[in-house]
Design a binder for this molecule. Structure first.
Ligand SMILES: Cc1cc2nc3c(=O)[nH]c(=O)nc-3n(C[C@H](O)[C@H](O)[C@H](O)COP(=O)(O)OP(=O)(O)OC[C@H]3O[C@@H](n4cnc5c(N)ncnc54)[C@H](O)[C@@H]3O)c2cc1C
Length: 473
């Protein structure tokens, strides 16, 4: 049956039944259209604010399927998007009416424990990769929520509990296999296609479709000291003071995350605080646990904690501790700044705006990231922002569409108020749908953005990859 799809320039493309049949014949995985079993699930991404319906979803089973999907999109001039873990807040993974190239079934991981490297296919989540590397007491530098996709995270930069020691995730990638806009398969590393490799370490999905990543691994755990300590919201300023003081002196094996929010009905929190404002610090110490105990002792004595689940636990458990706070299917809206320091003014503003949170799911999050990433030269990779010490994420989350305006407004107001505390930079992977050219420039800075635009002209001169945060200038 003939069908109509969205073209790369937004127009209509009428696709003959024979063309679709030829594509399906060349493709090993399933090709789903609206109404097919599995289509609804495959099109849905983490953020329920994104409700797009691709004309076709190509569920890739290997590199050759990715090549065929690229050739098909090119031959018929189709708009397309690339889906990894589907966690991008702006919903870049799913396009309206075009072809969704779905990588999420590609989940192979091969660990070389002697070389301390792992090759992981681009459909892996962080949890898939951690599970295999931890078998050998090793870990890649990944993020804080195990259901996030490695692909989007890595091509946009990436930070997590190991960032202080080793830099952005993309700083620790050794090579990538990439399908280019022309449908060719190339390797990108410092030795091969070095400019493409540079661009893919922070420049997002603008340059090609990565089919696998080779990561450097580091010894971690498998048991670490980690968990969270919670206080009542009225203690927020005291807690942020403690966070500030400890994060200023903490060795790089220790990473802290501060969270200001309304306490969820989580089993680790006492019932009397559920639904009440709270301040929490998540901590992960990947050195010797007894050293971590000593480092965290003053924090645990600060004020009157209402819960403390910092303990020796498997690293993979630590990596999924925040998962329950970020389920797929809620409505999400984020605003974000990098901070060069956490001054008293920033702490005051964070506490003040946290007291105005109206949703039980929203939070102000401060991630400590300073360390190794600051030591690399500014142009090392487009992830850049080598002056950042903290990521501030103003994370709005709620359930009903009729509440959109109020929670979005809270995030915007908090973002505006905290602007003076920002380095001026922001994280490309935290940009929402409406954040455009000025915020993309804030994420990369001008020299890096110009360099990215030049590499884009070379590798994708006709802008084939465009369902992205663009880097054309
Ligand atoms: C709950 C949650 C927690 C998060 N925590 C962290 C964190 O701790 N640290 C952090 O750094 N970030 C974090 N992020 C942000 C995260 O890095 C981005 O959302 C990222 O885009 C997710 O990757 P994905 O593969 O799931 O995305 P998708 O939505 O599947 O893809 C996003 C975009 O990435 C690009 N892309 C995807 N796959 C490929 C590929 N194979 N080749 C080339 N480009 C591709 C495409 O442009 C695509 O549209 C978090 C996000 C969420 C929702």
């Amino acid at each position: 049956m003939a069908m109509t799809l969205t073209g790369i320039d937004g127009g209509r493309v009428d696709l003959a039944a024979e063309a679709l049949a030829a594509f399906k014949g060349s493709f090993r995985g399933a090709v789903l259209a609206p109404g097919d079993a599995g289509y609804e699930e495959a099109r849905q991404v983490w953020n329920a604010m994104i409700d797009r319906r691709p004309g076709l979803i190509a569920r890739c089973t290997g590199t050759m399927d990715v090549v065929q999907a690229v050739r098909f999109a090119r031959q018929h001039g189709l708009l397309h998007s690339v889906r990894g873990g589907g966690h991008n807040i702006a919903g870049l993974a799913v396009c309206e009416g075009g072809l969704m190239i779905d990588m999420s079934l590609l989940r192979g991981v091969w660990v070389d424990p002697l070389k301390r490297t792992a090759r992981a296919q681009a459909g892996c989540t962080l949890g898939h990769l951690d599970r295999e590397t931890q078998l050998h007491g090793l870990a890649a530098v990944l993020g804080f929520v195990s259901e996030t996709g490695i692909a989007g995270l890595t091509v946009g930069g990436g930070f997590g509990y190991l960032t202080r020691q080793h830099g952005w995730t993309c700083d620790t990638v050794l090579s990538m296999e990439v399908v280019t806009a022309q449908g060719q398969v190339v390797r990108a590393s410092d030795d091969e296609n070095a400019e493409l490799f540079w661009a893919l370490r922070g420049g997002g999905g603008n340059f090609g479709i990565v089919t696998s990543f080779e990561y450097r691994l580091f010894p971690v755990g498998p048991e670490i000291l980690g968990g969270a300590i919670a206080w009542r919201g009225q203690d927020a300023l005291q807690v942020l003071d403690a966070f500030r003081e400890l994060s200023a002196v903490a060795p790089r094996e220790l990473t802290l995350v501060a969270a200001l929010r309304i306490a969820p009905p989580a089993p680790w929190l006492p019932k009397e605080i559920h639904g009440q404002p709270m301040a929490a610090i998540f901590a992960c110490y990947s050195g010797k646990p007894e050293e971590g105990e000593a480092l965290l002792a003053p924090l645990r004595r600060r004020g009157n904690p209402v819960a403390d689940i910092v303990t020796r636990r498997p690293y993979v458990q630590m990596q999924s501790l925040l998962d329950a706070t970020q389920p797929k299917g809620r409505r999400y809206y984020w605003k974000s700044h990098y901070l060069g320091e956490l001054g008293r003014d920033a702490a005051d503003l964070a506490a003040e705006h946290a007291s105005r949170i109206a949703s039980p799911h929203s939070a102000i999050l401060l991630f400590q990231i300073g360390g190794a990433l600051n030591e690399l030269p500014s142009g090392h990779s487009p992830a850049g922002n080598r002056d950042a010490q903290y990521v501030l994420n103003i994370a709005g989350a709620w359930e009903k569409p009729e509440d959109d305006a109020k929670h979005i407004q809270w995030a915007r107001d908090t973002f505006e108020a905290m602007k003076p505390c920002s380095t001026g930079g922001t994280y490309i992977n935290f940009l929402t749908q409406e954040e455009g050219a000025d915020r993309i420039e804030a994420a990369y800075g001008r020299p890096a953005l110009d360099k990215l635009a030049g590499i884009k002209r070379q590798w994708d001169p006709d802008g084939f990859f465009r369902h992205t945060k663009g880097v054309t200038g």
